[in-house]
Design a protein around this ligand. Structure first.
Ligand code: SF4
Length: 333
């Protein structure tokens, strides 16, 4: 994957006002996404994955959210400096987002054809009849059978998998440069999940769309990612290509996530877990945020926060001992 980054996130911080305090849900994160690249963001619930996506989209509700600081550069233009009406043009056209539960994202009282058409009417200045025709084509592209008929259906008349296909059709209708998918298959059963992932891969290659895929499912990551960003408690702790991540994880949190994947061929009494849980925003530990759960933690870890540093080409880790630790990886099948 060559060329300049499509998206560059620099020192992004998003805070929330809770009672009398301001707390950072994402804390000074920086990463980039190239054209046509799939970058997966992984981590436990509450680690800041979705807040990262919503910050990029400019969809953090305020209050309690406080406007993000840092830079979100889309082809060099800082989205954080855009006005509300400029962002309305970006969303849906340049950047689209698919949410976890399609039923809550589709309007229950409108036919799905007109909901897909609305995106085209708003962003591509299509007439209603043109938009509806194109919507049927998009439904066909995402593998919905009898698209003319389905275009007249209401969301509740479709299955979960079909509703997610509709969301993908809406998201890709204007051929966005970047698609952000937040746990797009979590609410679906495994066979439909596989079909949706396959569909996203196909559409990515035909539309050359970059994808930021947010997931806590390491199976999905292995299937989809070119590069992986691991987040913990609002910070990025490891970034690398998907093969290095699985074979040679260098942050103890990544190692713990990989070891918690059940192994088909190995009988065990107990599954591996990472002890403890993600700290509350109001109770963030000093030093390395992961130290209360880390079996390698030293006094230095408890006092000083490790920066994200490159330990090999394209492999960045935020751990004082990243180069010294030998963590067990897993094989990608
Ligand atoms: Fe563990 Fe210390 Fe590395 Fe943090 S810096 S992950 S506590 S070894």
């Amino acid at each position: 994957m060559v060329g300049p980054p499509l998206l560059e996130v620099k020192n992004l911080t998003t805070q929330f006002q809770i009672d009398n305090g301001r707390y950072s849900a994402i804390d000074d994160i920086s990463f980039s996404v190239k054209k046509g690249e799939t970058v997966c963001i992984v981590g436990e619930s509450g680690c800041g994955k979705s807040i990262t996506a919503l910050s990029i989209m400019g969809l953090i509700p305020s209050p309690p959210g406080i406007p993000s600081t840092g830079e979100i550069l889309l082809e060099g233009e800082n989205l954080l400096e855009f006005t509300h009406s400029q962002m309305l043009k970006v969303r849906g056209k340049d950047i689209s987002m698919i949410f976890q539960e399609p039923m809550t994202s589709l309007n229950p009282v409108f036919q799905i054809g007109s909901q897909v058409a609305e995106v085209l009417i708003n962003h591509n200045n299509m007439k209603k009849s043109e938009g509806l025709k194109f919507a049927v084509e998009m439904l066909q592209k995402v593998g919905i059978s009898q698209p003319e008929l389905r275009a007249k259906a209401y969301p509740h008349q479709l299955s979960g998998g079909m509703r997610q296909r509709v969301m993908i059709a809406m998201a890709l209708a204007c051929n966005p440069k970047l698609l952000i998918a937040d746990e797009p298959t979590t609410a679906l059963d495994v066979t439909i999940q596989a079909q949706i992932l396959e569909l996203m891969k196909e559409l990515k290659s035909s539309f050359d769309t970059a994808i930021v895929l947010i997931t806590h499912d390491l199976g999905v990551v292995a299937e989809m990612a070119d590069r992986v960003i691991v987040m913990y408690a609002g910070s990025i702790v490891e970034v690398t290509d998907v093969y290095t991540l699985y074979k040679n994880p260098s942050h103890p949190y990544t190692g713990g996530l990989l070891q918690s994947i059940p192994k088909m061929k190995k009988k065990v009494k107990h599954l591996n877990v990472i002890n403890g849980s993600i700290p509350l925003l109001s109770e963030m530990p000093k030093g390395c945020k992961f130290h209360p759960r880390c079996s390698y933690a030293s006094d230095k870890c408890r006092k000083e926060r490790p920066p994200l540093k490159e330990i090999a080409a394209g492999h960045e880790v935020a751990c004082w001992y990243a180069k010294e630790l030998t963590l067990e990886g897993v094989q990608i099948v």
